[in-house]
Design a protein around this ligand. Structure first.
Ligand code: MG
Ligand code: ZN
Length: 235
């Protein structure tokens, strides 16, 4: 892991808090892209490119992607994700560290509950600490439902608005850290005190000059995090 020096420190009067992406962060690859590659409905690739380039908002693009799949394939899609998704090494260790140090850990995901919740089930994460989207299989095609959309302060049409979740924890009181990998993390990263980044998010952090560390596994995150929170006093 490439380290920038000197390392950051969480101020003693702030509560460290972690917001962690799911697809391509907790899991090794992006499950939405994996689903599309596997089931290969016509037109999916162009939509993914439009999301990455910003030509389509995440909410619009992800909604369009799932609308390509018939609801009748729900079980197949779910089975495929559960058997193909791998969890990034060190995830359970990171959760244990956060618990030990009283650092609130939130999953902030642009993914969908029907594959996210079963994958997270083996881990000890409070239900109220998981933010993601949902899906309606009652119509001919899968319809994504957005329980946590952008508010007046975010114009990004996120779908699951990470900035809205992060803004609930004011920067005056919290040392906000975000772990992520790609487009769904771009807006949240701008609000964070510190970003753990890989892939597209690392590139974006460099472009914008955001304070960040690059990681490959969660063991990399743990190594830096332990130093950052040294001396921080959880409330
Ligand atoms: Mg991601
Ligand atoms: Zn938003």
């Amino acid at each position: 892991m490439q380290q920038q020096q000197p390392r950051h420190r969480a101020p003693q009067d702030k509560q460290p808090i972690v917001f962690c992406d799911f697809d391509g962060t907790i899991t090794l690859s992006d499950n939405i892209v994996a689903i599309m590659k596997h089931f290969d409905p016509p037109g999916w690739n162009g939509i993914v490119q439009d999301i990455i380039s910003g030509a389509k908002s995440i909410r619009q693009g992800v909604g369009e992607l799932f609308a390509l799949l018939p609801s009748s394939r729900k079980q197949e899609v779910e089975d495929y994700v559960l058997q193909s998704a791998g969890i990034r090494p060190g995830f359970a260790d990171l959760l244990a560290l956060c618990k030990r140090k009283n650092i609130p850990f939130y999953v902030t995901s642009g993914g969908i509950d029907f594959f996210l919740r079963p994958l997270l089930a083996p881990y000890d994460i409070e239900e109220s600490h998981i933010y993601c989207n949902s899906a309606d299989f009652s119509k001919p095609h899968i319809e994504i439902v957005w329980p946590h959309p952008c508010d007046d302060e975010c114009r990004n049409d996120c779908g699951m608005c990470k900035t809205r979740v992060i803004r609930r924890f004011p920067k005056e009181r919290y040392y906000r850290m975000l772990i992520g990998d790609s487009v769904t993390d771009f807006e949240g990263a701008k609000l964070a005190d510190l970003v753990f980044a890989r892939s597209h998010l690392a590139t974006r952090c460099k472009e914008l000059g955001l304070p960040h560390y690059e990681y490959d596994t969660f063991f990399d995150v743990i190594e830096v995090l332990e130093e950052i929170i040294e001396g921080a006093t959880p409330t």
